[in-house]
Design a protein around this ligand. Sequence first.
Ligand SMILES: [Zn+2]
Length: 296
Amino acid sequence: MSKQWIAMLAALLLLTSCSTKPEASPDPAKSEPPASSQPVSGGEKPKTADGASSANQPAPAPVKEGKESAPADGGNKQEQPAAKRYTMNPKTYDIVPIDPNGTPKKVVLLTFDDGPKDLEMNKALLDTLQKHKAKAIFFLNGYRVKQKPELVKLIASSGQTIGNHSWDHVDLKKEPKEKVDQQIGDVQKAIKELTGKAPVFFRPPFGSGSDDVRAKAKEEGLLFMTWSNGSKDWEMTVKKNSPEQVISNVLNQLHPGSNILMHELPWTVEALDKLLTQLEEKGYGFVDPEEIEVTA
Ligand SMILES: [Zn+2]
C-alpha cells in the first residue's frame, strides 16, 4: 500500500468523523439552560481551569436579555393606552380638555419632582394617591434612579407615571449641547431599562430651558413642561406649619388645569392627603397623565 493511499484513507476517516459529530442543537422551546450555566460573553472571564472546560461545551441557544420585556409586575398594569382627553397649553403649562364639551376642565395635574429619594416617602405618596384614585407624574433624576432602582419600579408598578427631570439636576440652560443631550438621553435609557417604557414627559430642573433643551426633548418624544401652580414646598423646612403652608400655597393659585409642582419632601408627603381632600371638595378631579396628548 502506497503512502498516498494511506494519506487518502486518513483524510477520509477525518472527514467522516467530522460530519458525524453530533451537532449541538438544543431545542430552546423545551429546555432553556438555567442562567447559571450561561458562559460569560465577551471573554472577560479569567482563564481558570473551570473556564477552560466550559469553553468546550456546545454553544447554548441565545437567551434574550429581556430588553423589550415588560416589567416584572407588568401583569397588573393596564396594557391598553388611555384615550387622550387632555392637552397641555404650551405657554401656560395648564392642562386643558381637548374637547371642552365632553371633558371636565376643573382638573389638576399632580407632579412630584427630584425623586426617587426614600422608600417610606414614596410609599406614603403612592398610598395617598391610591386612596384618592389620583394619578401623578414623578419627575425623576437619573442619579437617584441609579441609586434607588427599586423605587422606580415601585412607582411604575403602582400605575403612576414617570417623567424625566435630567440626570444631575443641573441648570441645563447653562450647559453645552452635548451635555444637555446626555443629561436627558441617559435618563430615557435608564428608565426604559427598568420599567420597559421611556418617559414621555420632561421637566427641566429649575424650569430652566433653552433651544438645545427643547430640541433634545422633542427628539426623545418628550412633552416639555414646567408648571403653573408651584407649591413652593422647596422653600420650606421642617416646621410645624409647613404642611399647612403647602396646602394654602396650592389653593391660593388654584385654577382649572393647574399643573401643580410638588417635591418628594416630608412636609409635602404629610400635606398630600388633606390637600387632595380639599381639592376634591372644591370639585376638582385629578388628570391621569396617560390621558394627556403628547406632541413633542
Ligand atoms: Zn427639581
